[in-house]
Write a protein that binds this ligand. Structure first.
Ligand code: ZN
Length: 352
């Protein structure tokens, strides 16, 4: 009987610890922190919507802020998702002048966004991942030289189409003098890479929430990289779009009115933010993998920041406790269920 009481007490204590860890309070905000927001606009090319792009440049110019444009130097003329041979069209003189002037005025930061942005595979959308090393070097070099000729200055950021790249891409980038890669959070990296990794973490529609969540995190220098395209605007694509230009403009006004928010381009972020190395990228991948173990109903502000922020530190012990507590609770519940079933079965056998 005493043994039974002892086990009951142990079980109660374990359940209490689990519940306490799952409902642990949110992280307290830190004073004097700055939320860094990097804007990345992809797919600027000969065929992209010029009027909307001029309005975007105008918005950033008005706020004396800089934005990174992922530029396609030689756009394929038909569907980018079709890997069959097709013609390419270089940036027109109008588009080249916009780029040149935006760069000269300090509004535009230039990144190479592939070569023609045409997929090499019908199964997986990619222009670089899976391509031979030499072919990658050739495409990167041609694209980089072409754009540097337009802006008459070097640049060092690469943005792969569909955010897809492989280890050969990383080698090719270092070989050609690129210093920064901005893709997504699902990419590969090696600890010994010399590149700066600044992946996209957030869409326009989630940015306000991401800023609020970043304020509660224990990161003193949180980074949010916002990726958007022309089709995100309802004026360009009514079905796919999630924001009007006016709402975008209001969003920028709101960000600029926040004392703790700093708008940066990728190149500016690479200079002023500490430790954007491969180790930070790999750390964020581990953080996300851990957070995915939690059901969405148990995710708090910190769990949100893991998805929408490029963190410079590991998750708090609270997340480990939550994950551990959640799965321990499941194990205990299943054990108790089997015990109860066993007791009932055993009692029926005794009766027989
Ligand atoms: Zn793209």
């Amino acid at each position: 009987m005493r043994t039974l009481i002892f086990y009951r007490r142990v079980l109660s204590t374990l359940i209490f610890v689990c519940i306490a860890s799952i409902t642990a309070s949110a992280t307290q905000p830190i004073d004097n922190k700055r939320v860094n927001i990097v804007f990345r606009y992809d797919d600027y090319s000969a065929t992209s919507p010029t009027d909307m792009e001029l309005r975007i440049i105008d918005s950033f110019g008005k706020h004396e802020a800089s934005i990174t444009f992922g530029v396609i130097p030689f756009r394929c003329v038909r569907d980018a998702h079709d890997p069959s041979p097709q013609d390419i069209v270089p940036l027109t003189s109008i588009k080249a002048n916009i780029l040149k002037n935006g760069f000269k005025d300090g509004i535009l930061d230039i990144a190479l966004h592939g070569y023609s942005h045409q997929t090499i595979s019908a199964k997986q959308m990619t222009q670089f991942s899976g391509l031979a090393y030499n072919a990658q070097v050739e495409r990167l070099a041609k694209g980089k030289n072409f754009l540097e000729g337009i802006i008459n200055a070097p640049f060092t950021t690469f943005v792969p189409p569909w955010n897809k790249y492989d280890l050969n891409t990383l080698r090719a980038l270092e070989e050609l003098g690129f210093s920064t890669l901005s893709a997504g959070m699902d990419g590969v990296a090696t600890e010994n890479s010399n590149l700066i990794f600044l992946p996209a973490t957030c869409h326009l529609s989630r940015l306000r929430d991401a800023v609020k969540a970043a304020r509660t995190s224990s990161d003193t220098q949180p980074v949010i990289v916002v990726l958007f395209h022309a089709y995100d605007f309802k004026e360009i694509d009514e079905k796919r779009g999630s924001i009007t230009y006016q709402e975008f403009s209001d969003l920028l006004n709101w960000l600029k009115s926040q004392d703790d928010v700093c708008l940066l381009s990728i190149s500016q972020a690479a200079k002023v933010i500490n430790n954007l190395s491969a180790s930070r990228f790999l750390l964020n991948k581990r953080n996300r993998a851990l957070s995915r173990l939690l059901p969405s109903s148990l995710r708090d502000e910190e769990s949100i920041t893991i998805y929408q922020e490029y963190r410079g530190y590991p998750v708090s012990p609270k997340i480990f406790l939550k994950v551990g507590g959640f799965y321990l609770l499941i194990v205990i519940s299943v054990t108790v269920l089997f015990l109860i079933m066993g007791i009932f079965c055993f009692r029926d056998l005794c009766v027989l």
